[in-house]
Design a protein around this ligand. Structure first.
Ligand code: PLP
Length: 406
């Protein structure tokens, strides 16, 4: 008897458009020899950023001793370095037993949701979001309830909206700071407001802080957990961006603050962590040396530095495009511009992204890919060097000069 194999229903509402159909089309065009300018993916290596040579050397040196599995939580040397990093950032009450290393933060985002949610449980997730969060909540059987980040307030979370969305089923609040896709850094007052809501409803905080070391203009990142010693905060971080090591798959998750009455959840995390045995051990062996050295990105984030100059370039050229507005980012390497949908007749942002790709050979990610409800935004990753960015933004300007979707 022949069987038909369909994808699992668990995936029915799971989406991850950053690597979705438009990227497939761009890859097809590239294979056909077309020159597509990729402004769509936060992978520094693609844009000629190199992992520090000292870490590559360390990896070579460590390989013979990292052939076996490690403890499921990770190598002790790595966890000691992470615990020290937490102390420096005032992330409270994190011992080596509260740390889990992962194959990137990605694996741990999924794990943190799988261990927590029963069908129908709710998690507050930002809109726009880094879409893995919504996808992971959904895959775990939960419901992602989006709170609005308000462009008019520099994309800060709208605390009123957040509070109004808490229900009896809400289990946690996800905070991505600095944010992908908006590139903004939240001030302490906003974080305190989020903690207040979590405190009132006894919610777990999930702090995705993978860009905490990529902040510009002398601003300072405050770790969410540092403001909530009385709550459980799951803090996530890693080396993909700060040390230009995305391919090594190296992240971690720390349980900070008050773990009382959350023991069941922690048991679940321990079980899931044990089931995947451990994360990549050679990569783990680089956590301690990486955290002991200055961030490779640090020198790129100051005037004259590569990322800083690229941000200036993208902001300057975007501001010359009629019908486009934006909030200037403070961190990471993303910007989330707004299109005047009336002017361009845009009702479908995925179609806009495809039209842009086909006409100008530029690949961006449309706002819906970040669970943004209006068809009026898109994300640019400004990791390309200034000449390529200039070329891409010139093509973008040409495109908008006569684009009408309707
Ligand atoms: N969280 C955010 C906000 C991200 O932007 C990314 C990657 O772009 C990740 C998590 C996943 O990073 P990784 O799995 O490489 O650690």
């Amino acid at each position: 008897m022949q069987k038909t194999y369909l994808k699992s229903h668990k995936l029915d509402h799971v989406c991850y458009d950053i690597r979705g159909p438009i990227m497939d089309e761009a890859n097809r065009m590239c294979r056909a020899g077309e020159d597509v300018l990729k402004l769509n993916i936060g992978n520094p290596a693609y844009f000629n950023f190199k992992t520090p040579e000292s870490l590559v050397e360390k990896l070579r040196e460590n390989l013979p001793d990292t052939e076996g599995y490690s403890d499921s939580h990770g190598l002790l040397s790595a966890r000691e370095a992470i615990a020290e990093y937490c102390r420096k950032k005032d992330i409270p009450n994190v011992g080596v037993g509260d740390i889990y290393t992962g194959n990137g933060v990605s694996e741990l985002i999924t794990m943190s949701m799988q261990g927590l949610l029963d069908n129908g449980d709710e998690v507050l997730v930002p809109a726009p979001d880094y879409p893995l969060w919504t996808a992971s909540v959904t895959l775990a059987g939960g419901k992602a309830v989006h709170y609005i980040c308000d462009e008019k307030s520099h994309w800060y979370p709208d605390l009123k909206d957040m509070a109004s969305k808490v229900t009896d089923r809400t289990k946690g609040i996800v905070v991505i700071n600095p944010n992908n896709p908006t590139g903004v850094l939240y001030p302490k007052e906003i974080l305190e407001g989020i903690v207040k809501i979590a405190r009132e409803h006894d919610l777990i905080l999930f702090a995705d802080e993978i860009y905490d070391r990529l902040v510009m203009d002398g601003k300072k990142h405050t770790a969410l957990a540092s403001l909530a010693p009385d709550l459980l905060t799951v803090s996530l971080n890693g080396l993909s961006k700060s040390h230009l090591m995305a391919g090594y798959r190296c992240g971690w998750m720390c349980l900070a603050g008050n773990k009382e009455r959350k023991k069941g959840y922690i048991e679940g995390l321990n079980l899931l962590s044990a089931m995947r045995l451990c994360s990549n051990v050679p990569a783990q062996s680089l956590i301690a040396p990486a955290l002991a050295m200055p961030e490779e990105t640090e020198k790129m984030l100051v005037p004259g530095g590569r990322v800083y100059e690229q941000r200036d370039c993208v902001c300057r050229l975007l501001s010359e495009i009629p019908g486009i507005t934006f909030e200037r980012p403070d961190a990471a390497f993303y910007i989330f511009p707004k299109m005047d949908t009336k002017r361009f007749g845009i009702t479908d942002d995925e179609r806009f992204a495809l039209d842009l790709l086909k006409r100008e050979k530029i690949l961006i990610t449309h706002g819906a890919g970040f669970h943004w409800i209006h068809p009026d935004h898109f994300r640019i990753v400004y990791l390309s060097e200034v000449p390529q960015l200039t070329e891409a933004l010139t093509r973008l300007k040409n495109f908008f000069a006569d684009y009408r979707q309707d």
